[in-house]
Design a binder for this molecule. Sequence first.
Ligand SMILES: [Zn+2]
Length: 343
Amino acid sequence: MRRCPQRVLRARPRLKKTSLAALLATDIVQEIEALLGRQAVDALDMEALEMSVRQQALQLAARAVEQRLNADTSDNAGPSLPCSCGGEARYAGRRSKHFHSALGSLHLQRAYYHCPSCGGGFCPRDRSLGLENSSLSPAVTRMVGTVGALVSFQEGSTLLQELAGVAVDAKQVERTAEDLGAEIADDERQDTQPAHDHLPLPATLYLGIDGTGIPLRAEELQGRAGKQPDGSAKTREVKLCTVWSAESRDEHGTPVRDEGSVTYSAAIESAATPDTASQRSEFSERVGREATRRRFTPVERPVVWGDGAPWIWNLAPELFPQARQIVDRFPAKEHLSHLAQTL
Ligand SMILES: [Zn+2]
């Protein structure tokens, strides 16, 4: 991810309780008093009060963070710094920029270095704070990633404003979500280190493979053959691979998926390998990476689970010749009854 998750999530040192904190607290209490006035508490518009106080408290906190960061000029690391182009970037004073943060808008001044060789420039502090090449703070970037994965970019922008009071327009949600998606995809391809390799493996691990059509906009389907009467397509198939264990039992003794054991990897990718190709299909490579991360093959009983789609059963034995194969009984039944009707 652009903003390295470890860096974002690591424990931060606690802020010392300073006179600044005391001032902030006093300011907030005064704001509340000003909003409440002399009216009776029972006559309050509680929603208006909570939203307004939150806004005021965040604004005060934003000003405090801004002052604290801008007072620190230690990001001036001398007259020159090496540039990524190989040239030498020269210190060119402090530059200010607005950032969207979870506290609202932050106006930050940072040391700026300009490189005469490539004509570019950079602020070392942006890099260290996770603000590089973006006007969104790490917390807002994470929020955008969350809404961008769940709803449309426009709805995401509205939700961010309503729930978090953060103003990020739909275009910015789109750009950020797509950048994050590209980084996550890159990370998925690069990192095949087995996760939790200190934990004991379950006796049985299941690897499910499935595909489903998702509707897409016309411009994303141009030139693609599909099942419409005119030969065009309305959807593209997302292929999904999921790994889980089911050592737990419910109250009837039926195996259930172990909590926290489920991982997914999905993409709009082809599972078809041309006969002449020496390498596996894109999706087959993805399944292989997920299996490596989950230590699927070293388990005592690896099980591949899927419906009757032929592409699944072309791919599974090639990747996991030792695995048991289970055809999901619902789609299998459906297929059999369809076959019976045809016969
Ligand atoms: Zn340069």
